[in-house]
Design a protein around this ligand. Sequence first.
Ligand code: PMP
Length: 417
Amino acid sequence: MTSLSPILKQATPVVVDHALGSWIYATDGQEYLDFTTGIGVTSTGHCHPKVVAAAREQVGKIIHAQYTTVMHKPLLELTEKLGEVLPAGLDSVFYANSGSEAVEAAIRLARMATGRPNIVVFQGGFHGRTVAAASLTTAGTKFSAGYAPLMAGVHMSAFPYAYRYGWDEATAVEFALKELDYLLKTRTAPNDTAAFLIEPALGDGGYLPTPPAFMEGLRERADRHGIKLIFDEVQAGVGRTGRFWGHQHSSASPDILITAKGIASGFPISAIAASTETMSKAWPGSQGGTYGGNAAAAAAGVATLGVIEEEGLVENARIRGDQLQAGLKEIQARFPAIGDVRGIGLMQGIEFTAADGSPDAATAASVQQATTKQKLLTLTCGPESNVVRLIPALVATENEIEAGLSRFEAAVGAVVG
Ligand code: PMP
């Protein structure tokens, strides 16, 4: 009998029958509060009626209208809608299917636009699993081990992870910017550096918001050296952090922006945005792909952006995120095993540490398993695998957040209480 490959590491034993909003209904009749949202994808909740209706309608019209062969209406509409939310100056967009593909596309664009080879990434960043994306990923060696030789021309600089260093944020930012300046003097000269690539909040690398002062320091250096600043908004974008884009917590704006995941509530589509001037420096035909900008996915994307606007979901993410973080901090006060609670909006991480402050992956893993028993779905993350991350849908209600908090507390209590 054929079975699914053990290569896929399964976080829970749940088999889904159907799902709605923040809830997953399993084939065995159990109901789960979903604080994973398919790793930050089902932004408008599972099967939002408007997203379902838009995709259904589109499937009846045309499913695949290969966008470099014939253009289709949903993609034109999605591009127009994205134009309403993209940072000023990023007036040109193209599409792929996944975050990894979009990351590769952005790197390719930056190299072509600058004529320079090297990319600087920041420690703990996650950008995907294809060769190029894995080469850019420093969220744990598990993403690149056994995969060598990786793509050349990638250099890693420090990330201002204040908690890990035991510093305040300003000290961590000052340190990380100094390390970057040193990297540009010792390893990759500005004239050889095409781009800085960063997540506005580290996702798989530990749910760490990138300090605004660091984002602004990158912008200043990118301007000074003619380096493209790329923001990977795949996980932190589309309302998740309580602003439409994660980078909007700072005054820094990107030269290239990558979005995927939440943009279409579960349909596979990603987008790469830049100025027309930057895009014009790459050859026509150097980017694109068979499935990029799929019509049903684009229709779901248009509906998703509509729902986010109509239902005030960015604001909801901010309010519910504050509620979630405040509740988690109360739980932290009761359990010394929780070393840190941090995050932004509906992207919250709980870092488990041993008595001596060292990372405690075993406890984080046990808590994650225990939440499933409490009928709350969660995931772990971080290079040390000692962070439990909570990623509720942007439609989460006050009661759902409360329910999630009490289930989470019960799970922690069952493991370390
Ligand atoms: N960038 C970031 C910030 C991500 O969180 C992810 C996925 N977790 C990716 C890129 C890769 O996306 P995908 O899995 O769709 O290839």
